[in-house]
Write a protein that binds this ligand. Sequence first.
Ligand code: GLY
Ligand code: MN
Ligand code: MN
Length: 463
Amino acid sequence: MFAKETYINRRAQLKNKLSNGIALIMGNVDASTNYLHNTYHFRQDSTFLYFFGIDLQGLAGVIDLESGEEMLFGDDFTVDDIIWMGPQAKLADNAAKVGVSKTYPFAKLGEVIAQAQKQGRTVHFTPPYRGKNMMTMGDLLNVHPNKVKEMASLELIKACISIRSIKEPAEIEEMDRHMAVGHQMHTTAMRMAQEGLSEQEITGILEAISISGGGMVSFPIICSIHGETLHNHYHGNTLKNGDLLLVDAGSESPLHYATDNTRTSPVGGKFSQQQKEIYQIVLDANNNALAATKPGVTYKDVHLLAAKTIATGLKELGLMKGDVDQAVAEGAHALFFPHGLGHMIGLDVHDMEDYNDTLVGYDDEVKRSAQFGLSALRLGRKLEENFTITNEPGIYFIPALIDKWKADKHLSEFINYSKVESYKGFGGIRLEDDILLTKEGSRIMGDRIPITIDEVEKTISGK
Ligand code: GLY
Ligand code: MN
Ligand code: MN
């Protein structure tokens, strides 16, 4: 964990932003896979990690926003627990490491919540996303578990977003350091982009690198010769020369900060001329977006710049036509780039998405668009120094979407459908970097993973 002061300061910031009631921050418990004692790898709740730092099951924190009192609830191991799971530090000792002096058995939490409710005090909490916590909180709050989520505190959510969006120096250090593991995952995937290997074999090696490097993968790996399916988790294909292998993969650092990168490699090591042309457009979109990313600019505008780069390139290839600005304004590029340019990244790969991604990525100044493509942009708001975000433009040829738009003659003044037909089967290309907003602009976190056509071809060929 970070130094004790880090957690004390974070809770102090929260207390500065909220002035009434209590904040209940629930940790996670183990979740079973196929029977009670066969569990998924434990993942602590990110809000709990952020404010209380203890990476263990069965805890809850309470912050009294009026008196300033801070409490941790949890049960020490019994001898029976120790027999199976080994000795564990006492809750009081763990609590001291994060600057909390008051600890109680978990059963006491019910009394504290009941007392607050009896006094008419607000119990603030963020929306639970796991069934077990919904049930526990239903019991604590004396409401049906299905009602808990809608009782979440907008005030607490907004306070958490404003604090967590600005990454502290220690967080940036942790993220920068762990980017080396993401780098190794992606350069390994590039070297494995060879005919005869399967997506599954590559995926397994990437998971192994992540775990050996400090943590689990930060989201299920996308490793596919069908990169046109944006979140493709099928790994049953065998690679052959001429395929494009899209790998979107990341790792959690020991303190649970995520990496999230995408690279797209030509199987066998040589891009075809057609692949090079599309790849270079995506790379130009990525580089143009990086250059434009700085404090004070909205990410919606950066997204639109990437969209314009894509539309311009596709027009040069004869796939799009007409006025580029108008095409982008009407969302014609979204046939090829139907997702957003990026999202915040931190303790979660889509940082704070459990709170609600529109609240994280938008504000009173920048509202979320309803237009197809742009509506998928998770981060549209004005950028600030020390935000950590992703930059992930892509071009995809999705047969079902092409067929639908073509049948509807949708935006046909901007799309050359007969030429687009000939790209069916191309797949998809996405290039994703993690970037830090600096005082003047932005920089890629860690060493940039090979990305130019020459760098990628050389890496695949082991040069
Ligand atoms: N890995 C999912 C994403 O890039 O957002
Ligand atoms: Mn990704
Ligand atoms: Mn991403």
